[in-house]
Write a protein that binds this ligand. Structure first.
Ligand SMILES: Nc1ncnc2c1ncn2[C@@H]1O[C@H](COP(=O)(O)OP(=O)(O)OP(=O)(O)O)[C@@H](O)[C@H]1O
Ligand SMILES: [Mg+2]
Length: 702
């Protein structure tokens, strides 16, 4: 130690220039209580601190034997100080290792000047060997700490103090433990709160009406898709997550979408696409409104693209209906006004022609001119009447009658008007509710419809007139702007003709809209029917698809005779009987599908909904359960309800089959050779109790 101090400690430039160090002074003045003894326990040196702690002076102790200087208190027979210290020093000599000693009670002789006797002291000693070159112990440094202060204040309580300290430590540990416990609980609560919040958010996103999805900002892969998205697009989220638009769309379209996504990510602005047409998995067109925005990470870089879309197909339908009916109203007012004026003019013309014919009686040539002019004027009169009817300005003469009587009464006239190659049948409903309307106008309407059907079947076909009691419910009214919910008597005129394209259906009621060659049609037939039905508080609906024939339904408000007809009571009972079983619904029209499923569920059935035949088959092939297949007949996407029914009957013979169609039941039945007793039909729109009865009959038939 001393050597190393000399060599390194105060080196200021080289060994020769090192200042000499007074080690004795250093040792004696150093803090700490140090005593140096030789092998024989003779005191060699002592630090000043030691001397003062032991109330001795250097010259009185150096050169004397340790235990002569510090004997045990002869008055204390329990004293162990000398014995313990000697044992420790012996160990140092023997093992040549430092020997730390436990705290010792070792009383010190008080100088006579201080009153003599012994003073009780406690020491914490350490004995260190200093070895010579041969490895033998040369000196022992006896270093002590006077711990009397610590122990001595409450000498008997030394142990107590220790215990107190331990207790304090234990208490502190306990309190640390408690606060740790609390922290863990707090953290658990926070975690639980977090996971609850997350669950809540998930639920919100999942159930938000509409499509919510997110794409990774760099790869544009889908990273989130909610239930609404699955429904709109027709793909499950498992099929979509991790994929890009290129996995679902033709390249040109995917390119366009991708470009737009990148623009949104780059610009950071919200993009609103008010209306865009998409084609879903089943091949259906849907209209959606989309909002896209970039979401940034804490460093401000785009992290993902968030998109919200709403299916606006239904709203768009209604808007179109509204526009359509507003347009028809406007044209109606115009047409009606014009027709009035023309009617008056024609009145003048025909009256005068009548006079003229009387006047020129006998003059054959003049008579024939006047007669031709009169015929023309009368035809004009007919047209004007139709225009008036469309403008709802026809004077009506309402009476109470049954549509059955009107239809049956017209059989003869129709038969004579319609070509021979057209087979005609009339199917009147039992106990049909009467209506209030202008009967001759209704007959006119029926004639117009029958003639249209005949035109649509140039090579022959079937014409069917059917009547039925129908309740148009709130759901139906919600989808058809002009309908007041309630009971109606319905007349359906169906044909197996060419059918109408959607754009023809859209415009068919417009006056002067015709697809017939110039001169062949005025385009006023359906206009007249429309105006008449509207003026009578009724509703008219065209159901037609190109190549599949046409059914046009007229609904006139029913006149209720009995407060609660037996039918209504049994209908209510039928609806209330609990039902069981699983119904597999196949319907491409989303609104109709929703309505059907709602009805079935409220009747007690378990429902699985699909939008197409192939989708239904996938469900069945994957082991999906079903007791009854309830399918639309005409669906886009290549497979009709009849084809689906055929496959189902072959593979799952126990599955009951109920088809539904907007076409007349007879029409569907007759237009398909494949239909037999195994397949049942219910016409659209159907009422809940009718559906309930039909399904129950089928399921109970075993
Ligand atoms: N049963 C039907 N089948 C197919 N298309 C039809 C049918 N009924 C009407 N249409 C279509 O609707 C259009 C309008 O019919 P509407 O009765 O108003 O006029 P029109 O028959 O052409 O002429 P008009 O009745 O004045 O002689 C028709 O031109 C036709 O394209
Ligand atoms: Mg016509």
């Amino acid at each position: 130690m001393a050597d190393s101090l000399n060599a390194d400690g105060l080196n200021t430039g080289g060994a020769e220039t090192a200042p000499s160090v007074d080690y004795r002074a250093l040792f004696e003045n150093a803090p700490g209580l140090h005593l140096v003894i030789d092998r024989h326990f003779t005191i060699v040196a002592a630090s000043d601190a030691y001397l003062s702690a032991t109330m001795t002076v250097r010259r009185a102790i150096v050169g004397r034997h340790l235990f002569d200087v510090f004997p045990d208190d002869p008055a204390d027979p329990a004293a162990t100080g000398v014995g313990n210290l000697r044992a420790s020093l012996e160990r140092v000599l023997k093992f040549r290792q430092p020997d730390p000693m436990a705290v010792q009670r070792y009383s010190i002789r008080r100088p006579d000047s201080e009153g003599g006797g012994f003073e009780e002291r406690y020491w914490s000693p350490l004995n260190l060997p200093i070895l010579d070159a041969g490895g033998e112990v040369r000196w022992i440094i006896h270093r002590v700490e006077d711990v009397t202060q610590l122990v001595g204040q409450q000498p008997v309580d030394a142990f107590q103090q220790l215990t107190n300290e331990q207790q304090a430590i234990i208490d502190r540990l306990r309190s640390i433990n408690r606060s740790l416990d609390r922290e863990i609980l707090d953290r658990k609560a926070a975690q639980q709160e977090l996971s609850q919040a997350r669950q809540f958010l998930n639920l919100v996103i999942e159930n938000i009406p509409g499509m919510v999805y997110a794409k990774d900002a760099t790869t544009l892969r889908f990273i989130l898709m909610n239930k609404g998205g699955e429904q709109i697009l027709g793909y499950s989220r498992e099929e979509m997550i991790g994929k890009t638009d290129y996995d679902f769309l033709p390249k040109v379209e995917a390119d366009a979408y991708t470009r737009r996504d990148l623009e949104v990510l780059a610009s950071g602005e919200l993009l609103v696409i008010p209306e865009e047409e998409i084609v879903n998995r089943a091949g259906e067109k849907r209209f959606i409104e989309t909002k896209k925005m970039a979401v940034y990470d804490p460093r401000g870089r785009p992290e993902f693209l968030l998109c919200l879309s709403e299916d606006i197909s239904a709203r768009r339908d209604l808007e179109q209906q509204l526009r359509q009916s507003q347009r028809l109203d406007a044209i109606g007012r115009l047409t009606g006004g014009m027709a009035h004026d023309f009617n008056n003019l024609l009145g003048v013309i025909t009256a005068n022609l009548d006079f003229l014919i009387e006047k020129v009686e006998g003059d054959e040539e003049a008579t024939s001119f006047a007669q031709d002019a009169l015929d023309g004027a009368l035809r004009g009169h007919e047209l004007v009447k139709r225009m008036l009817a469309f403008g709802r300005q026809q004077p009506l003469q309402p009476e109470v009658f049954s549509l059955n009587d009107a239809v049956t009464g017209m059989k003869g006239l129709l038969r004579r008007t319609i070509r021979e190659d057209i087979e005609m049948s009339v199917i009147p409903a039992v106990r049909l509710s009467p209506v209030v309307a202008d009967k001759s106008q209704l007959e006119n309407a029926i004639l117009n419809l029958a003639i249209n059907s005949a035109h649509a079947m140039p090579n022959g076909g079937k014409l069917i007139l059917e009547t039925e009691n129908v309740r148009l419910d709130d759901d139906y009214a919600a989808q058809n702007l002009d309908v007041r919910p309630g009971d109606y008597a319905m007349l359906a005129v169906s044909d197996t003709g060419a059918g109408m394209a959607p754009e023809v259906i859209d415009r068919a009621f417009e006056p002067f809209f015709t697809t017939k060659p110039v001169g062949a049609g005025s385009g006023l037939g359906l206009s007249m029917v429309y105006g008449f039905v509207k003026q009578s508080g009724g509703h008219i609906k065209i159901y037609s698809e190109l190549g599949h024939g046409t059914t046009i339904r007229l609904y006139l408000p029913a006149v209720m005779q009995d407060a609660a007809p037996a039918d209504a009571v049994s209908a209510a009972l039928e609806e209330r009987r609990p039902a069981t079983g699983t119904v597999l619904v196949v319907e491409d029209e989303e609104n109709l599908r929703r309505a059907a499923c709602k009805m079935l569920k409220s009747l007690g059935y378990t429902v699985f909904e699909t939008a197409s035949g192939p989708e239904a088959l996938t469900y069945l092939r994957s082991g999906g359960r079903a007791d009854l297949l309830f399918s639309d007949v005409v669906m886009p996407g290549g497979m009709t309800g009849l084809e689906l029914a055929d496959i189902v009957r072959g593979t799952w013979p126990r599955l009951k089959i109920l088809l539904t169609s907007g076409y007349s039941e007879v029409l569907v039945r007759e237009s398909s050779e494949r239909l037999d007793d195994g397949i049942h039909l219910i016409g659209k729109p159907y009422r809940k109790h009718e559906l309930a009865t039909k399904i129950r009959e089928l399921l109970e038939a075993g």
